[in-house]
Design a protein. Structure first.
Length: 274
């Protein structure tokens, strides 16, 4: 899905990548110098940790954002250092054995003799206590169908940030209507039940896999400002700014070190183990 947001400075294409699924958001701007866009995700799972690097192009250009090859990318925490291999033009994969552990990580990308750095802290994964579903009749805004709820217990005496997303019948749903951002400001240390944020209700027999992601404040801030940009543009407000980046040297994009836990439920199925 593509959402086009009008702005007054250049063109930024932000691709929010997750495993094999990508969401593309075009922020259309006027003429300006091209900028570097870095989108980097590392995590505690077996899946590949990927970095995508592109260069923005002019709004008036018919060309797609330019993938940047030949970058030298490294990742380090207090005890280990890792490198990346370019697996296709502009896409880099972390060379690692096993899973990454919760820690503070610094990502460094050298591009055309300029180094861009960002730091992100991977929190400890928080487990989903349980998933449940509930059938709802049709309303003025929604067709009849199932909603899915998830429950978790927030740790005490610390500030936590979460992103919740889901896959439907094996396909990641990655529109802005399909993920939820949470901060524990109002429920610190408590057990919480939330309804999964979805664009549509589920049908009987749908397989819904919910990924509960523990993220740091910078990642929360990036996606929160991105949602605000989308919302402001939908309301026809004045041109928004770019989402807040945690990279140095004016690079756009984000670096996120997150941990996650996934549970799956089939809507309409009878469960006896809750």
């Amino acid at each position: 899905m593509q959402l086009k947001l009008k702005q007054h400075i250049g063109i930024l294409v932000i691709i929010i990548s997750s495993y094999s699924c990508e969401k593309v958001i075009d922020i259309n701007l006027n003429e300006s110098d091209p900028q570097i866009v870095i989108e980097a995700n590392i995590h505690n799972n077996d899946d590949d940790c990927l970095v995508k690097i592109t260069r923005t192009c002019s709004y008036f250009s018919s060309e797609s954002p330019e993938p940047i090859s030949g970058a030298v990318i490294s990742l380090a925490n207090q005890t280990s250092e890792y490198s990346f291999s370019e697996i296709k033009e502009g896409l880099y994969q972390l060379d690692k054995i096993g899973k990454l552990i919760p820690a503070s990580y610094t990502l460094s990308a050298e591009i055309d003799s300029v180094t861009y750095e960002a730091t992100s802290t991977m929190p400890t994964a928080i487990h989903i206590n349980y998933l449940s579903y509930e059938y709802k009749g049709s309303t003025l805004f929604d067709d009849a169908g199932y909603i899915v709820k998830f429950s978790f217990t927030d740790p005490e005496d610390e500030t936590n940030y979460y992103k919740v997303r889901y896959s439907l019948n094996g396909e990641l749903q990655n529109d802005e209507e399909d993920y939820t951002l949470l901060t524990d400001e109002l429920f610190n240390g408590n057990s919480v039940q939330k309804e999964l944020n979805t664009a549509n209700r589920f049908e009987k027999g749908d397989t819904v896999s919910v990924e509960f992601m523990s993220i740091d404040e910078n990642t929360y801030d990036y996606f929160n400002t991105l949602l605000n940009i989308i919302g402001e543009n939908t309301m026809g407000s004045a041109a928004p700014t770019n989402p807040n980046s945690n990279f140095s040297n004016d690079a756009l994009g984000y670096f996120s070190a997150y941990s996650s836990y996934t549970e799956t439920i089939i809507t309409g199925k009878i469960y006896t183990d809750y």
